[in-house]
Design a protein around this ligand. Structure first.
Ligand code: ADP
Ligand code: MG
Length: 413
């Protein structure tokens, strides 16, 4: 299997018998009792890990977990992750007692072909996020070959995603998950079948404005829901009661709507919404967006809007969805998000890509994951890619540039 451009796939690296450092994204949610609440990210890395085991590599896995503030903290130990991974692989996973140090070195150097070690939480050291040279060299000393399969952190230039790579001399490349993520998300930035819809919701306009801007030149229409729709509604002069609004983004929202109109891109905003007096309300009622009561807030798109969005989604041939249509974690305000997910699942002719932690969780909760072409494991990273940015963790995987003047065919691998 080929990688893309100047980047090699793990399948094309000479990993047999070698110590291979694999940056994975095992930043999973934990239960209060410190179990793994959702092992989706662990499962997503299995194809790369199993491939390396089968080829007799000595596998050194590393990830961050949570925010342990740069020092050892048992609350953020990788221990539950190591246990779950061992279950999934049906073989031992040797957990080191620190990310870098004598204990870790011993575990790694004793590894035999096909064995797997997991370094303790990389963010137990300040060196990880600071991309510290010393820490990066320490990590690099564990392996002859470097593989990155952690798409979820590819938008960060940390020691394990960028800094260490130049010190690993036996080869570098992308894991299968990384390749899949970049391929599907990049596809949306190339020639796609139309209609191409963007469905955008979630908390804030400010998080997603760059994505909206970059998609504006590509999509046939844009459907906007969630709390960010409130800011657009208010920008259009509507009274939105106590709804969450970003007052400082009203001008931006207005200029965005103007640009969309100039380009002839239809932006669909909610026509009706489900409102309630507070975020913790146990029920809501439906009103037109022209009649949002002063003391209430919009917490979901209404049924009329959901139907309209559903009709558009049914006709789409390509679709990118980021951000839930409402406060979907709360049952009375989940129907809009559910309707969008169901319409998307029912459209079997659509290339559908879902990005964003909460939107992905919503699709999974509804049991519709297998009806979506690609669900990204990386929230921030998927957004930055769609914004058109270059991800440092992807860029760093490129082979050293060929010498000036020598035309090299990178795609023939
Ligand atoms: P994603 O993780 O998919 O990118 P975001 O993090 O941007 O999505 O937004 C998800 C959050 O936005 C959820 O917690 C959801 O409850 C909240 N949300 C969506 N719509 C509303 C709304 N109308 N009012 C308040 N919160 C909302
Ligand atoms: Mg989120």
């Amino acid at each position: 299997m080929a990688g893309w451009g100047k980047i090699r796939s793990v399948a094309d690296l000479p990993v047999e018998g070698q110590r291979v450092f694999v940056r994975v994204d095992f930043n999973v949610p934990l239960t209060p009792a410190r179990g793994v609440a959702d092992d989706g990210r662990i499962k997503a890395a299995l194809p790369t890990i199993k491939h390396l085991i089968e080829r007799g590599a000595r596998v050194v896995l590393a990830s961050h977990l949570g925010r342990p503030k740069g020092k050892p903290d048992p609350a953020f130990s990788m221990e539950p992750v190591a246990a779950r991974l061992a279950d999934l692989l049906k073989q031992d996973v040797l957990l080191t007692d620190e990310p870098v140090g004598d204990g870790a070195r011993k575990v790694v150097s004793d590894l035999r072909a096909g064995q797997v070690a997991l370094l303790e939480n990389l963010r137990w050291s300040e060196g990880e996020e600071a991309n510290d040279e010393q820490f990066a060299r320490g990590l690099a000393s564990y392996a002859q070959i470097y593989v990155n399969d952690a798409f979820g952190t590819a938008h960060r230039a940390h020691a394990s995603t960028v800094g260490m790579i130049k010190y690993v001399t036996g080869g570098r490349g992308a894991g299968f998950l990384m390749i899949k993520e970049v391929e599907f998300l990049s596809r949306l930035l190339g020639e796609v079948e139309r209609p191409f819809l963007a469905v955008v919701g979630g908390a804030k306009v400010s998080d997603k404005m760059a994505v909206l801007e970059n998609l504006l030149g590509r999509v046939s229409a844009m459907l906007i829901g969630g709390a960010m729709a409130n800011t657009f509604l208010k920008a259009q002069g509507k009274a939105v009661g106590k709804s969450r609004v970003e007052e400082d983004k009203l001008a931006l929202a207005r200029s965005f709507l103007r640009k969309a109109e100039e380009r002839g891109v239809n932006v669909l905003l909610p026509r009706d919404v489900v409102v309630a007096p507070a975020l913790d309300a146990t029920s809501g009622h439906v009103v037109s967006v022209d009649a949002i009561p002063e003391g209430e807030m919009a917490l979901d798109i209404g049924p009329d809007t959901a139907r309209g969005f559903g009709d558009e989604i049914a006709r789409a041939r390509t679709l990118f969805w980021n951000g839930p249509m409402g406060l979907f974690e709360s049952r009375p305000f989940a129907a809009g998000t559910q309707a969008v997910a169901q319409a998307l699942a029912a459209n079997t002719r659509c290339l559908s890509v879902v990005g964003g932690g909460d939107s992905a969780a919503a699709v999974e909760q509804l049991g519709l994951s297998d009806k979506i072409t690609h669900i990204s494991t990386g929230g921030g990273a998927s957004l930055e890619l769609i914004e058109g940015k270059e991800l440092p963790g992807v860029k760093a995987l490129e082979d050293d540039a060929p010498a000036p003047g020598s035309e090299q065919d990178g795609g023939a691998a």
